[in-house]
Design a protein around this ligand. Structure first.
Ligand code: AN0
Ligand code: CP
Length: 337
């Protein structure tokens, strides 16, 4: 595996979940695999979970880890080609990337969507520049359109949470937020849920996936395909076993000029905040969120603190998903593939 952006990059999800379970049982099982190898984690944006869990994952495999915060000490980087560099940017990404590649064996990239230029973001321009110019396998730690380490951790969490005697109903709910956020988390969550739903034995007991959101927030079909959208949030929550809340800004699918915007005044959407009223419609559902989360905006204190809330197990599983992904990359590097 030279790249990791999509569910399909792992091959079968059942096999990936089995590897996750194996690593969870003994997270140092492959501690000799990455000896004398180095993982470079490059952050263009803030992070708590990804920074810590991915570092821990590489250490589980016996690797050295270098973390680079581009905005805290590195030269300011120009990313677009053809620019006359007479501003505050001292270095171009096209030199910086091959230089970074000299010091490591695998690279993780966090580079959020700018939310201004849909074409640039959805082409994953920065990620593919790293793939092309580093000469190293590159995995996404949330790039412009995807957050696969999060979605894989969420899939592990859902798979290991039993719902006796029925298919699991998973509902992804848009929730309000005062600022524009990327679509990476909902894109990946939808992609991974649909991949698991479509794979025979993808997840124990099978699953049904529903998206609920206000009109105008339709996600890109390349990620959500034919997923069911229910615009009535209360109806969508009926009988749900898992509620996955997330805000995202306008994906610009129907109105490209609205790309990256918060539509209207967020105060008018506060009825979408996940609280007891909506949770009462569910099958005593587990609440999920990737974190960081704004309380009493996305979710009420009571719902996130309920014993059925899975936000901390999800974060814990980030170490597991990252260990599986880096292990795959290192194994293939050593096998010369
Ligand atoms: C980011 C997002 O919504 O994509 C990161 C989530 C893991 N969240 C914020 O910027 C608050
Ligand atoms: N969920 C997640 O990726 O969190 P961070 O932004 O803190 O890494």
């Amino acid at each position: 595996m030279r790249t990791f952006l999509n569910a399909q990059d792992l091959g079968g999800l059942r096999q990936a979940l089995a590897e996750a379970a194996e690593i969870k049982k003994d997270r140092y099982k492959y501690v000799d695999l990455g000896r004398n190898m180095t993982a470079l984690l490059v952050f263009f944006n803030n992070s708590l979970r990804t920074r810590l869990s991915t570092q821990k994952a590489a250490q589980n495999l016996g690797m050295n880890v270098i973390v680079l915060d581009v905005n805290a000490g590195a030269w300011k980087l120009e990313t677009k080609r053809g620019v006359v560099m007479d501003g505050d940017k001292s270095e171009h990404l096209l030199e910086a990337i091959p230089v970074m590649g000299c010091y490591c064996d695998v690279i993780g990239i966090r580079s959020f969507a700018g939310l201004k230029d849909r074409e640039y973001d959805y082409a994953e321009t920065v990620y593919w520049q790293f793939v092309r110019h580093s000469g190293r396998p590159v995995f996404a730690m949330e790039t412009a359109t995807v957050h696969p380490l999060q979605a894989f951790a969420d899939l592990i969490t859902i798979d290991e949470t039993p719902v006796p005697g029925k298919r699991k109903k998973v509902v992804m709910s848009w929730a309000p937020h005062p600022r524009s956020l990327p679509q990476a988390v909902p894109n990946s969550f939808a992609q991974w849920m649909l991949a698991a739903a479509n794979e025979p034995d993808g997840i124990d007991g099978g699953l049904d996936f529903v998206i609920t959101q206000p009109h105008g927030y339709e996600l890109d079909p390349q990620f959500v395909g034919g997923a069911r959208i229910e615009y009535d949030q209360m109806k969508a929550f009926e009988g749900a076993d898992f509620i996955y809340a997330k805000n995202w800004s306008c994906p610009g699918v129907t109105n490209p000029q609205d790309y990256g915007k918060v539509l209207g005044d967020y105060h008018d959407y506060l009825s979408w905040t996940v609280g007891e009223r909506q949770m009462a419609m569910t099958n005593n559902a587990h609440f999920m969120h990737c974190l960081p989360v704004r309380r009493n905006m996305i979710v009420t204190d009571d719902v996130i603190e309920a014993p059925t809330s899975l936000v901390i197990p999800e974060a814990a599983n980030r170490e597991i998903s990252a260990t599986v992904v880096i292990k795959r990359m290192v194994e293939e590097l050593k096998a010369g593939r």
